[in-house]
Design a protein around this ligand. Structure first.
Ligand code: ZN
Length: 173
């Protein structure tokens, strides 16, 4: 297994749309393992392949709380089939937008269909934190970031902050 570098805003690869994975082969299993390792090391509760520059429709998650048994979830070619009318507002963060947190309103429950590591198509009803995490991670596969749901003013403030940080880093290196 290998830990991978997580791309940070304003890296334009975060805006690309990921491709469907044709087969659950060894390369896909290795990528999932690398992503879990990268996510746990961050630490984070979810990671999409696009966040490490792999344009593949693959996300990993683990919503177990500290002290609980790890509960890694790998979703290949995931699709949300149903959204609840009821919405909920949750504070979200993103490993690609570090140290920033904003409230986002999303459907409270979703039904997600995906292929697991055995190549089996699975349907899962998600609610609470899992429902929010699924929506956040699947957005990444379409190049969508949670800051896109904020007001233009707030989003521009975040973008400016990261553009400035990138410039400073380029100057220093
Ligand atoms: Zn994210």
């Amino acid at each position: 297994m290998a830990k991978r570098e997580i791309l940070v805003l304003p890296d334009q690869r975060l805006r690309q749309v990921a491709d469907t994975i044709p087969d659950v082969d060894d390369a896909v299993k290795q990528l999932a393992a690398d992503m879990l390792e990268t996510m746990y090391a961050a630490p984070g509760i979810g990671l999409a392949a696009t966040q490490i520059g792999e344009m593949k429709r693959l996300v990993v998650m683990d919503l177990a709380k500290e002290g609980e048994t790890p509960d890694p979830i790998v979703m290949i070619n995931p699709e949300i089939k149903k959204y609840s009318d009821e919405t909920v507002t949750t504070e979200e963060g993103c490993l690609s937008i570090p140290e920033i947190y904003y409230d986002v309103e999303r459907p409270a429950e979703v039904t997600v269909e995906y292929t697991d590591l055995e190549g089996k198509r699975v349907t899962r009803d998600a609610k609470d934190r899992l429902a929010i995490c699924v929506q956040h991670e699947l957005d990444h596969l379409d190049g969508v970031l949670y800051i896109d749901y904020l007001s233009r003013l707030k989003r521009d403030r975040v973008l400016k902050k990261f553009q400035k940080a990138e410039k400073l880093q380029k100057k220093a290196s």
